[in-house]
Design a protein around this ligand. Structure first.
Ligand code: NAD
Length: 386
């Protein structure tokens, strides 16, 4: 059975789906692994490193996409500069696995289904303990949370730790993290390691203990409604709850040297939590890192991919932070994919068991039809609009 790894062509994407260590493991298990020439370059893995563990290096992407049984990617297939759409190289009956953005690009999933491709979307791996080692949303979110703090520390005009020096005592920086999911918790841990005083808020009260166990203070807001949806995710809250949340976080934003926002609601635009008015009350020199920049931003005025200055506050809207740490982000992603491939092809042959929760939930299309209800709904809506 042939597994292929394509070179990512999206602008700024430096990760690669498998690193040589993972390839070596698959080759030892009896898989044939094809790597597109240069696929690992952005993450500092040479073709020679892949060859050394038994991979076949293929320089023609069209051939690689067409020949393999399972194609592994980071980002969805896309149109190349010459007009060729990568998806058109895929063979009917082949399997594609990657972050396919099924809720953002449902029509791509429909096209994959029409081609007879079976696709698994890493965004849809269920958040259950059995699937933890395949949970790429979590692995990549931890990279983003860590890197967000480093960006903030680099942009801050202040030290993070408390320092007692001959030149006087420096108070520790105050960091306020909004959204304590995987990225937020990693941001809290990283800011604490750098010596900052950390406060955090999340709409899900269940995270309070996790926040406290990392040495941060949890900001509590009493909301008289359910804030948790299926799968442990946050749900979109009422306007009253939004107002209460904003009132509660305003004073913490005002006192912070650094604000890191990570709040997301799956399938929705990110909630606006830090208003323009709040930013105007922040200390000059304060820094905001808005990790939700690509989903519309948690802070007023965030511009994805840009650092802006509002009221003397540096506001950073990073895009694709995991790609900024491509070695470890790829290492973790490769481990997620390796476990998923072993799950789907336990004896080096595909055995798709749709009674299994992981296979069923992560599969977006199979046998020319869309398997995910939410994606199907979005495709139907898109067809009605046209
Ligand atoms: P996410 O990226 O969807 O959202 C980030 C955080 O933003 C969440 O903690 C969410 O509660 C918070 N948020 C949303 N709206 C908010 C608002 N208005 N104000 C403040 N905060 C707000 O979340 P995630 O990191 O992917 O985690 C989602 C859930 O999945 C969590 O319950 C997490 O514990 C769970 N999880 C489980 C597993 C597992 O069991 N294998 C693995 C990872 C995550």
């Amino acid at each position: 059975m042939k597994i292929g790894v394509a070179k990512e062509i999206e602008m700024g994407e430096r990760r690669v789906a498998l690193i040589p260590d993972a390839v070596g493991r698959l080759v030892k298990q009896g898989f044939e692994v094809w790597i597109e020439a240069g696929a690992g370059e952005g993450a500092f893995f040479s073709d020679a490193a892949y060859e050394a563990v038994g991979a076949v290096i293929e320089s023609d992407p069209g051939r690689l996409w067409h020949e393999v049984d399972i194609l592994l990617k980071v980002k969805p297939p896309q149109q190349r500069e010459n007009g060729q759409h990568e998806m058109d190289w895929l063979r009917s009956g082949s399997v594609l696995i990657g972050f396919l953005d099924p809720l953002g690009s449902p029509t791509l999933i429909q096209q994959l289904a029409d081609r007879g491709v079976t696709a698994f979307s890493m965004e849809l791996i269920p958040r259950i303990s059995r699937a933890q080692s395949m949970d790429a949303l979590s692995s990549q979110a931890s990279v983003a949370g860590y890197k967000a703090v480093l960006l903030a520390a680099a942009a801050s005009p202040k030290f993070f730790p408390m320092l007692t020096t001959a030149a006087g005592t420096i108070a520790p920086a105050k960091v306020f993290v909004i959204g304590a999911g995987v990225a937020g918790l990693q941001a809290i841990a990283t800011a604490r390691r750098l010596g900052a005083m950390v406060e955090a808020f999340d709409i899900r009260p269940a995270v309070k203990e996790e926040v406290q166990s990392l040495g941060a203070k949890f900001v509590e807001v009493k909301l008289e409604e359910e804030t948790v949806a299926a799968g442990g995710y946050a749900r979109e809250v009422s306007d009253i709850a939004k107002q209460r949340t904003q009132a509660a976080i305003a004073e913490h934003v005002q006192l912070a040297d650094v604000v890191i926002t990570t709040a997301q609601v799956p399938g929705k635009q990110a909630p606006l939590l830090v208003t323009d008015e709040m930013i105007s009350t922040m200390k000059p020199g304060a820094v905001i890192v808005d990790l939700a920049a690509e989903q519309g931003g948690n802070c007023a005025g965030t511009e994805p991919g840009k650092d802006i200055n509002h009221y003397g506050v540096t506001q950073i809207g990073p895009i694709n932070l995991p790609s900024a740490m491509p070695i470890h982000a790829s290492q973790m992603y490769a481990r997620n994919l390796l476990t998923l491939v072993q799950h789907l092809a336990p004896k080096q042959a595909l055995q798709l068991d749709f009674a299994d929760e992981i296979t069923r939930e992560a599969c977006v299309c199979h046998h020319q039809s869309i398997c995910n209800d939410r994606v199907q709904e979005l495709v139907t809506q898109a067809l009605q609009v046209h």
